[in-house]
Every structure is written in C-alpha cells, then in structure tokens.
Write a protein that binds this ligand. Structure first.
Ligand SMILES: Nc1ncnc2c1ncn2[C@@H]1O[C@H](COP(=O)(O)OP(=O)(O)OP(=O)(O)O)[C@@H](O)[C@H]1O
Length: 232
C-alpha cells in the first residue's frame, strides 16, 4: 500500500535548516498495523504527515497504492487522500459546535451517499465504537476516552484504507487508553491498515511491526510479539 524510497524532508526557516527526515526507505503492506516510535523531534509526525499527504517530501518518492503522490500538487494530493486516508490525533480535534452524531457524519457529507445509508453508517460505527448512547451529546460533555472513540468513529466513517494515528492515547489514562487500543486493533483485524505514532511501549505491542526513528533516520525495526492476522 505504501512505498517510500530515499525520502528526505528539510524545513527551511530564516535562520536554520532542519533535516526532519533523512533517506527513509519503508514499505507498509495492506492490513498491517505499524507503530512509529522515537524521541521527541526525531521526525515521527513529519513522516505521518507525509504519509497522510498533508505535506510533501523534499527529496525521494512516496507511493500510495502504486501512485507517486510525493511530487503531486496539493490539490491532487487532497483528491487522493479523500476516501483513502484519515487521521486520529492526541487532542481528538472534534468540532465543539456539533454533537457526536454530526461530528461522525461530517466526512460522509462530502461523499455521494443517500441520506438513509448515511444515517445507517453513522449509527453502525457509533455502536461499534461503543458510543451510540451518547450520540446527542456535545464533545465537551464527554470524557477523554469517549471523545477519542468519537474521533475514531469519524475517522473511519468513510471506510478509509489507511488510518494514521498520532499518539491516540496520549491524553488518556491507562485504562481508557487500553480501550482505545483495543478498538484500533479491532478495526485493523477488520482490514484497516494502521500507522500509529506512539511513545508508549504498551501501545506499540498492539502493532505487528515497530519502526524506531532517531534523528530523522530509521534506527531499528522489529516485529512485535503479536503476529498479524494476514498473510504476507
Ligand atoms: N513546520 C516546521 N518548520 C520547521 N521545522 C519543523 C517543522 N515541523 C517540524 N520541524 C522540525 O523537524 C524535526 C522533526 O519534527 P517532528 O514534529 O516530526 O518530530 P516528532 O518526532 O513528531 O516529535 P514529538 O515526539 O515531539 O512530537 C524537529 O526538529 C522539528 O523542530
């Protein structure tokens, strides 16, 4: 699904040039659950943003489903991202003015779906994320774990192939974080490819593979204890 070849990313500000990623080579197969770890500033979010087509590499190639997207213009990248990739963030990023149902419905409004099918999809995914009983609540009326479950529901409502999660349990207590990790694991078992940035060794154990970055380079790669449920 993802192939990254000799990818580098430098940020140029007035005074300094920062190499955030240096000569990254990486492949991620459909159905995988990959964790990206490493110290602060090693380039994890930069890599995730490029995979999510929010940013482009300075050098090298990024292929998504065999299509080179790294060198595409922003408009074209946005088009490829839509329906293919979605995100979950540490800080949930829900829209405070919309209730749970409307937040989750949002990505479906951009697709050409009949309103009855849309409703069925929203209710189904809310139930799967065990948050259906809170569908009329607003984000501020929910706990952190509940907000993250809504955010995951919103992220997968349109059935993206790839879910990118940037420290999804970073703002949650240990027990709630575990519940969120179990939901992500279930989604992965049902076929969604997941790439997750995390500082948590426990969360990384949910992944099939752990990639450790250091100073913008892949320093180590390991297979986690849990084996994937798919054939490679
Ligand atoms: N827009 C930007 N402009 C300039 N420098 C940037 C920009 N974004 C990131 N950087 C730099 O690139 C490097 C990698 O940043 P990145 O956010 O990818 O790290 P990270 O591993 O996700 O860190 P953390 O764990 O703290 O979130 C850092 O040195 C950072 O300062």
């Amino acid at each position: 699904m993802i192939k990254i070849e000799n990818l580098s990313k430098t940020f140029q500000t007035e005074e300094v040039e920062t190499t955030a990623l240096n000569n990254i080579k990486l492949e991620i197969k459909e159905g995988e659950f990959v964790a990206i770890m490493g110290p602060s500033g090693c380039g994890k979010s930069t890599l995730l943003n490029i995979m999510g087509m929010l940013d482009s590499p300075s050098e090298g190639k990024y292929y998504f489903d065999n299509q080179e997207v790294g060198s595409q213009k922003e408009k074209q990248r946005n088009k490829i991202r839509k329906g293919n990739v979605n995100f979950v963030f540490q800080s949930f990023n829900l829209i405070d003015e919309l209730n749970v149902y409307r937040n989750v419905e949002l990505p479906l409004n951009y697709l050409n779906i009949k309103s009855a099918d849309k409703k069925a999809r929203v209710l189904e995914i809310l139930d799967r994320m065990k948050i259906g009983h809170r569908r009329n609540h607003y984000p501020q009326q929910l706990s952190g774990g509940q907000q993250q479950r809504v955010a995951i529901a919103r992220a997968v409502a349109a059935n993206p192939k790839l879910l990118l999660a940037d420290e999804p349990t970073g703002n949650l207590d240990s027990k709630t974080g575990l519940e969120v990790m179990n939901l992500l694991s279930e989604l992965n078992n049902d076929g969604t490819t997941i790439v997750m940035v995390t500082h948590s060794e426990r969360d990384a154990e949910f992944a099939h593979r752990v990639i450790r970055l250091f100073d913008g380079e892949i320093a180590a790669e390991s297979t986690a204890k849990k084996m994937p449920s798919i054939n490679f």
